[in-house]
Design a binder for this molecule. Structure first.
Ligand code: MG
Length: 225
């Protein structure tokens, strides 16, 4: 759509109003008291580069909780170090796969996950220079929707819910950066991907890698916002 048409439809008004039927001109007239403010917000958002941030194993320590429940249920002592280059799914025997999935489906699984160290401080700082979106693959675990929403509100109150993206396939995302621990999510991303180190991705190559949030801060300190 032409920019001028888009602006008219959004009620912002342009010199193209004369092309509209009279009834439409009335409704497309800008509201004087709101116009400068809304335009200022749109201009500010357009000016900032966007960073999409994954939740599980980037902001929230999902693996620690999965391991805790697995070890408790099966009387095991699996540690993150045992998972170098592998997912828990790959080391668990076939007859435990169903239970592994059931842990994630439990109503309370995503409610109290530990926050990954430094993620709050670094994201708060980055939010002054970049527009931050949280992009999490929540649709495959419907019970996680409420807990994830509440978790974000509790631990990252400076990110508004308008910037939560509860999605399925992340190839739909369009942003300047994506921080994610899953290589497959970065492969189809058109912006700059940052692979956040997790035990399962230790052997992945060909990505810009960040091991922790201090390294994320360092990376963005040299990027134009
Ligand atoms: Mg993840």
């Amino acid at each position: 759509m032409h920019e001028a048409d888009a602006a008219v439809r959004m009620g912002l008004g342009t010199s193209a109003q004369g092309d509209l039927p009279p009834i439409m001109r009335r409704y497309s007239r800008p509201t004087p008291s709101l116009l400068p403010f809304s335009q200022a917000i749109i201009a500010q958002e357009q000016a900032m580069q966007r960073i999409c941030v994954d939740m599980d194993e980037v902001m929230a320590d999902t693996l620690a909780e999965h391991l805790r429940r697995y070890n408790q249920t099966f009387d095991e002592e699996v540690t993150p170090e045992d998972l170098a280059g592998k997912g828990l799914w790959e080391i668990a025997p076939q007859d435990r796969q169903q239970q592994l999935r059931a842990f994630l489906d439990a109503e309370d699984f995503f409610e109290d996950l530990a926050v990954i160290p430094d993620s709050q401080r670094v994201l708060k700082n980055l939010s002054t220079r970049f527009e931050i979106f949280i992009a999490t693959q929540a649709m495959t675990v419907p019970n996680s929707l409420g807990p994830k929403y509440r978790w974000l509100q509790r631990h990252f109150p400076f990110i508004p819910p308008t910037h939560y993206v509860f999605c399925g396939n992340k190839s739909i995302l369009r942003a300047d950066y994506l921080i994610d621990d899953l290589p497959r999510n970065l492969l189809r991303f058109e912006g700059q991907g940052l692979l956040y180190t997790a035990p399962h991705n230790l052997e992945a190559t060909g990505f810009v890698r960040v091991d922790n949030w201090r390294q994320v801060a360092e990376y963005f300190s040299t990027q134009p916002s």
